[in-house]
Design a protein around this ligand. Structure first.
Ligand SMILES: [Zn+2]
Ligand SMILES: [Zn+2]
Length: 380
């Protein structure tokens, strides 16, 4: 991978349209093609760099990522690898959300989609992945999130023009953004080179947005997560997405909330589940055990004498909060009776004594029943 700036490699400006990038790439690729420069190592390197730069800049999403993070965006095995995007997710080719980075910049200038009808462009919807703790899901939480976004350029009111007025219709394509060219026997339709496919002639571009009509910015949004929210919930913030340009509607923000695994508790709806180890003596004699509750308090758990392994103790109203109710779910605690190990001589002595006075198994009815049952089998 090259360290050089992709825009410099392709000899285009940072605001170049897709069309301009493509044009420049073709020109440079022709110039430095190995077939035309046999044995020229320098040309070969240059040709590789040109291809690498074009791979990124021709793709709106990769280009936006590169603009934001530079070469870092593609380190560690690419977009997914090092995850330089924090909570953001890209939906490559999956449809649905267009992406956190709008393609307005490139499309306005060269996507070839412009016409009078599409002059006003709605902003894209934006997806944001948020991970919260189970405690936060329990109590509800307010989070401030930063999302890369774009807003309408105020200088030109989104028109991209220096005077801030709607740009006049391109006379070369009559505002359709497309022109038809005769290429030998074929008639091909192309993005109008005079207006780069926008259908409008921006003669003097707005100096602030370079004619794009929008400015990139980081948007801070406060999000209130309600108490009791379930894992994998999707929240919509209308108008929280990319700004529309030239009168277009703002996109929406979709927040996907997932809940982190908890050390102690697992959750099923409003109920919480956990397991705790207890000693043999505690199981036999009963006792009290303290465990932390989800709301940060302590729960004193009463172990009744004679508790069995895997027995479940239900603690009322110590589960999760519920979203449309004041009630709370329950907590279910499974007891795991631990057989003592590493016994000292004295402990052994006491247990031996215990065994010697418990020969009739009356303190272990299940074992007694079992041995009574198989006694006949021995006789037979
Ligand atoms: Zn502007
Ligand atoms: Zn035109």
């Amino acid at each position: 991978m090259t360290e050089k700036d992709y825009y410099e490699i392709l000899e285009v400006s940072k605001t170049a349209s897709g069309y301009e990038i493509k044009k420049s790439f073709h020109r440079l690729a022709m110039q430095y093609h190995p077939d035309r420069n046999p044995g020229n190592k320098e040309a070969e390197t240059k040709f590789k760099e040109i291809n690498e730069a074009y791979e990124v800049l021709k793709d709106d999403q990769k280009r936006a990522a590169y603009d934001r993070y530079g070469h870092q965006a593609f380190a560690n095995g690419g977009m997914g690898g090092g995850n330089p995007f924090g909570g953001f997710e890209f939906n490559f080719g999956t449809g649905g959300f267009s992406d956190i980075f709008s393609d307005i910049f490139s499309e306005f200038m060269g996507g070839g989609r412009g016409s009078n009808r599409t002059y006003a462009r709605p902003g894209s919807d934006v997806r944001y992945n948020m991970e919260i703790t189970l405690e936060e899901a329990f109590s509800g939480v307010e989070k401030e999130i930063k999302i890369p976004s774009s807003k309408t350029c105020e200088t030109c009111h989104g028109h991209g023009t220096k005077d801030g007025k709607e740009a006049p219709i391109c006379p070369h394509c009559n505002g359709s953004g497309k022109v038809r060219l005769q290429k030998s026997f074929l008639v091909v339709e192309q993005a109008c080179p005079h207006c780069q496919g926008s259908g409008r002639m921006v003669k003097d571009a707005c100096p602030d947005c370079k004619g794009a009509g929008a400015i990139r910015e980081e948007k801070t949004i406060k999000v209130k997560i309600p108490a009791g929210i379930e894992d994998n919930t999707q929240m919509r913030v209308p108008g929280g997405g990319e700004a529309g340009t030239r009168g277009g509607k703002d996109g929406d923000l979709y927040i996907f909330i997932s809940i982190k695994e908890h050390k102690l508790y697992s959750r099923d709806g409003a109920n919480l589940y956990t397991q705790i180890p207890i000693s043999m003596c505690c199981a036999a004699l009963g006792g009290k055990i303290e465990i932390p509750s989800i709301d940060g308090e302590k729960i004193e758990l009463n172990i009744t004498p004679g508790s069995q392994n895997e027995q479940v103790v239900r603690v009322k109203s110590q589960g999760m909060t519920m979203m449309r109710s004041k009630g709370r779910g329950d907590l279910f605690v499974k007891l795991r009776v631990e057989t003592p190990v590493n016994l000292s001589a004295r402990q052994k002595e006491l247990l031996e004594e215990f065994r010697s006075i418990s020969q009739d198994n009356s303190c272990q009815p299940e074992a007694k029943g079992f041995f009574d049952k198989i006694k006949d089998l021995f006789v037979a």
